[in-house]
Design a protein around this ligand. Sequence first.
Ligand code: ZN
Length: 322
Amino acid sequence: MALVAVGIAGSNSPYADVSGVTEPDFAIRVTLLGTGVPVPNPRQFGPSILVEANDVKLLFDCGRGCAHRLWNLGPQYLRGTQHVFITHLHSDHTVGMPDLYLNGWVMLRPAGLKIYGPKKAEDLMRHIRLAYDEDVIYRVDRQMSTLSRAQLEYSVTTVTDGAEFDFNGVKVTAIRVDHHVVQPAFGYRVDYGGHSVVISGDTAFSTNLIRHSKGADVILHEVVSPALENFVRANYQKDMADDIVALHTLAPDAGRVFNEAGVRLGVFTHLDNNPSTIPELIEQTRETWDGRLEVGEDLMVIDIGEDIEVRRPAHPAESVAG
Ligand SMILES: [Zn+2]
């Protein structure tokens, strides 16, 4: 398998084995920036996924540590990531936004962010901008600075089920999913060069997700792992614990999604991936899915082409330089 120097190689790269060859042999590169849940965990930052294709960088959600993980890939990733799709407005999927928005600006992002997501995403951005106005005043008006307010301008595009977006030939399709009371909630499908990846967002078992995922190469699916379900049931009263679990997908149901969509690879993300918890998760998934399966970790890379290559970072995520 040829390795690729495009984009990801560099002094901050956590991938020791990337060097030398310049021609990509894949259509889409996915990097799991954050695979965690709301429970703070230095190994697993909040939900955030970077998709790269045809020189386009697309970010899906911006949870805790999203800017940090982009910086892990290299400064150009924090500066050069402009398009952000939001799946839904639970805070664990958006708390990294002020850091991406403002720190990316300070690090000389050439233009404002372009946000795509539920209607109320505009409220989120407007209030973040307002909350940090004093910071902007310091940096633009009172410090020696080449920063401008124009580079802080952002746009928010409201997403609906089936909406399509095109970025230099890279197609993104919004998929309405079922996160119960959290409405609307979306997953997204990215297509380029005859290949595709689906991001489930947060959802209970969703037939609409399956419908839109037919023929995709890879699904990145959220999951309530047995370990997380135990944590929830140990920490909340029964009604609340039932409610939390019902918002999400259990492993056998995620396996059904992989199976019915007919994908080449199913990947779990947005979970507790403590190694001691993995065997039970896999065992449950195997009730319904006997295809290729990976459990995500921060900075895992999935190159999708004729082959699908999965690489894990050479170092544990918490020790990556940057
Ligand atoms: Zn979530």
